[in-house]
Design a protein around this ligand. Structure first.
Ligand code: Z16
Length: 829
């Protein structure tokens, strides 16, 4: 019986130690064994990539061991679990992060060097796991790392796209997208679970059926696709806990086509089966526009249905009463992308588990929490009703019922204010009826979180004002954070060593607040010297990369000024480029003698544009056109360089961020929900040039405005400025640099016309013109500070020392305590 089983597991736990040893000899044997038997190359002859593969498999074995122990432990303790639902994860490379979190990086490095290999070189063989677009997806990855490190009983669910985010290739300065078929060379970091599969159904009709003397609705689906689990073990740092990131892949199901086989249509039937796989094959590359495509809706439901079957199966293994569900299960919706989960839980509880509507609704209202990542209305997802009706007819009915109940209750609270009722309705009426996924998520979640303080303010006063007034208790925020394991320990090993040396401990890797201990050394001459050394080495590495990627030679004595993030009008890369043009123009118009006073700069821009986002693509082209002119102008020489780094992704970020002196976060105030890039730069001692937007506002509170270069209109000034329209004051210098672009100074004047139009007075929605003067002032202040290297170094140290609050560990602890109600569950040993 159960008791016996328990006793057996207890006995095994007692006996268990690590099976796998980590001394250099064992590791060498292990790697060579994998070369020969896993990679199937001769152990006397293999190249760097094959060495990487063998090394990865050796690490994988160690991950699996701890992962098994953690799963057994969770199962025995049966704690309340957090299920993190996200359609996107930007994990980047696994190797370095894994060995560091496992605590065996140095052992591997030793073992490899005795075999004649360098760990770093092999680590670079790995391609990024790029199953997401931008900040939202990288946030999921950072949070997963924190969930593992803090011992939370967590499981992340996602989709195993075969095509990750496209590879950006630049031809003649234009962006081209190439498919990124990342599984080409195998993926040692996942474990295919051929027995963990669930059928996912689509289409069909809803029929009425007799039931218990009454009637009930049943869904008769028409198509079935099989979901197969791929588990990615996620090791925590400084703990044995290793949690699961479970990604679903779509496979054809045998339930569909029995009939066609019988009718002799064998070939067509087999060809048709393959279309099932397209569901999980491609990541949508738009980070916020939603086109209402059927395939996207299929992906969302496929994801939701498989994850919930898995969650409910796990619950039922140990429990028989669904009233206990909220004590064991918390579901986190990462944006609205997985919000069909709400409807699916209702459907399963009512139609399959035969709970009453009100019991099911009670449960739903206790388990979901929702985090939103935007303030832009175009970022809010809507699903066309006719799409839902054909793909998921029963779900549409349930949404209507939820909405009906909601609106009836609402009428009792607010009366017949039809404007407000229609704004708050889950269903948007109109020519093309649609479902507002944000409204659905708010109505059915117990908590709605924003991602920074200002973001939550905007949600409460603008975007979701109506809902806030109805349910003020639901609205909260958890300021985003990033993991210091990847963004310092993995990506900046020399800074990591320096911090540990000066703090006299490595404890900051699990408790980032300890960085504040460096504040007292901010003017220490020895620290300054070591600090500058570390920074210089990182800049040299970046300079080398720039030269190989773009052929441009840059001086490491120049200020490295970086803006890397998705290309968006609201992020204002165009403002950055216009500032660079202004700088160029000034240098050109200067007396030769005065040029000695110019602070040399290397301006670095990188980022992807959504394939259909015309203006964003023009910004990329402009960057190249301007770079071409500046970089080849002998008048300018080393005083100014501009480089575009192609194919920006997680591993490029790991290389660029440690080498940056200054980074730009210059969104129009009120548009960046949080921004997480700034936190990574801060941790690496890079100074920020920024607007008071998103989490920058909280960064100011931590490190002080004196240690940053702030500029631009404030959140509350933006609507006032927009109000002014054509009467808005714009500096002459701005008109001048825009005119240079417009008149073909950099060529391609026809192509750049619409870009220039977008910032003309009266049309300048993102207020580039009205912020320009103050932007130039902030840039001048940065130049001034850079000249005084002691001052700069002090600001740099204080930036890093003040970054403790922006660890995702802090974010996750807040979620765990305030939103999810979960506790750590630490695997023994
Ligand atoms: C995304 O990356 C974000 C918002 C959104 O609606 C869609 C995508 Cl793909 C970003 C925000 O723009 C950024 O401010 C924030 O830091 C990030 O999500 C994580 O919360």
């Amino acid at each position: 019986g159960l008791g016996e089983e328990r006793a057996k597991v207890d006995r095994m736990f007692g006996l268990m130690d690590q099976f796998l040893k980590n001394d250099p000899i064992t590791l060498q044997n292990d790697i060579l064994r994998h070369v020969e038997y896993t990679v199937a190359r001769s152990r006397f002859s293999f190249d760097d990539f094959e060495a990487y593969q063998a090394l990865a498999h050796s690490v994988r074995d160690r991950l699996i061991e701890r992962w098994h122990d953690t799963q057994v432990h969770f199962k025995r303790k049966d704690p309340k679990r957090i299920y993190f639902l996200s359609l996107e994860y930007l994990m980047g490379r696994f190797l370095s992060n894994s060995v560091i979190n496992l605590g065996i990086r140095d052992q591997y490095a030793d073992a490899l060097s005795q075999l004649g290999f360098e760990f770093e070189v092999l680590a670079e063989q790995e391609g990024d796991a790029a199953l997401g677009n931008g900040g939202l997806a990288r946030l999921s990855a950072c949070q997963i790392d924190s969930l593992a490190t803090l011992d939370y009983p967590a499981l992340g669910y996602g989709l195993r796209y075969q095509y990750g985010l496209y590879r950006q290739v630049i031809l003649d300065g234009y962006q081209h997208e190439q498919p990124y078929y990342w599984l080409n060379f195998g993926n040692p970091w996942e474990i295919e679970r051929i027995h963990v599969t669930y059928p996912v159904k689509f289409y069909g009709t809803v029929e009425e059926e007799d039931f218990n003397g009454g009637k009930r609705q049943v869904w008769v689906p028409k198509e079935t696709v099989e979901a197969v689990a791929y588990d990615n073990p996620i090791p925590g740092y400084g703990t044995r806990n290793t949690i699961t990131l479970r990604l679903w892949a779509a496979k054809p199901s045998d339930q569909n086509d029995m009939e066609s086989y019988n009718t002799g249509d064998y070939i067509d039937a087999v060809v048709n089966r393959r279309t099932a796989e397209t569901i999980s094959s491609i990541l949508y590359p738009d980070d916020r526009s939603h086109q209402g495509k059927e395939l996207r809706l299929k992906q969302q439901y496929f994801f939701v249905s498989a994850s919930l079957q898995d969650i409910i199966r796990r619950f039922k293994d140990a429990h028989s009463n669904f009233d206990d569900f909220p004590e064991k299960v918390a579901l986190q919706l990462n944006d609205t992308h997985p919000s069909l989960a709400i409807v699916e839980v209702m459907r399963v509880l009512i139609d399959e588990e035969h709970l009453s509507w009100s019991r099911a609704w009670d449960i739903v209202c206790k388990i979901f929490s929702f985090t939103t990542h935007t303030v832009l209305p175009e970022g809010l997802e809507k699903i066309p009703v006719d799409l839902l009706e054909s793909l998921l007819p029963r779900h549409l009915q349930i949404i209507y019922d939820i909405n009906f109940n909601f609106i009836e209750k609402l009428k009792k609270r607010i009366g017949l204010d039809y404007d407000r009722l229609s704004r708050m309705s889950i269903v948007e009426e109109g020519a093309a009826k649609s479902i507002r996924m944000a409204n659905l998520s708010i109505v059915c979640s117990h908590t709605v979180n924003g991602v920074s303080k200002i973001h939550a303010e905007l949600l409460k006063t603008r975007v979701f004002k109506d809902f806030y007034e109805l349910w003020p208790h639901k609205f909260h925020y958890k300021t985003n954070g990033v993991t210091q394991r990847r963004w310092i320990v993995v990506s900046n090993p020399s800074l990591c060593a320096l911090i540990s040396k000066w703090l006299g401990t490595e404890a900051w890797i699990r408790n980032l607040d300890l960085l504040a201990g460096l504040q007292e050394y901010a003017t220490n001459a020895d620290l300054h010297q070591e600090w500058k050394m570390v920074r210089k080495v990182n800049k040299m590495r970046l300079a080398e990369y720039i030269e190989t990627m773009s052929g441009v030679k840059v001086s490491v004595d120049a200020m490295f000024d970086v803006q890397i993030k998705r290309i968006h009008e609201y992020k204002r890369q165009f403002l950055n480029i216009l500032g660079i043009i202004h700088r160029y123009d000034c240098i050109k118009n200067m007396e030769k003698n005065d040029r000695r006073n110019v602070v040399p700069r290397v301006c670095i821009i990188g980022g992807k544009a959504a394939p259909g986002y015309e203006i964003a693509k023009k910004i990329i082209k402009l960057c190249h056109a301007v770079a071409e002119k500046i970089n080849n102008d002998p008048d300018v020489d080393d005083l100014l360089k501009l480089v575009f780094i192609p194919d920006y992704n997680v591993s490029v970020a790991e290389l660029v961020i440690p080498g940056a002196d200054l980074s730009q976060h210059i969104s129009t105030a009120g548009h960046e929900a949080s921004g997480t890039g700034s936190m990574k730069f801060l941790m690496n001692g890079c100074l920020l040039l920024a607007t008071a937007d998103g989490s920058t506002i909280e960064i100011i509170e931590e490190i002080g405005a004196d240690n940053m270069f702030l500029f631009g209109a404030k959140v509350n000034e933006v609507p006032v400025l927009r109000e002014k329209g054509p009467a808005l004051k714009v500096p002459l210098q701005f008109a001048r640099v825009v005119r240079m672009v417009r008149n073909g100074y950099f060529g391609f004047e026809d192509y750049f016309k619409s870009l220039c139009d977008s910032v003309e007075v009266g049309n300048d929605f993102y207020l580039l013109g009205s912020d320009f003067e103050s932007y130039l002032e902030a840039q001048a202040a940065a130049d001034m500070a850079f000249v005084d290297q002691e001052k700069w170094t002090q600001m740099s140290i204080l930036s890093m020392a003040g970054s403790g609050r922006f660890s995702s560990d802090r974010t996750i602890e807040e979620y765990a305590e305030k939103t999810w109600g979960i506790e750590p569950c630490r695997c023994p040993f």
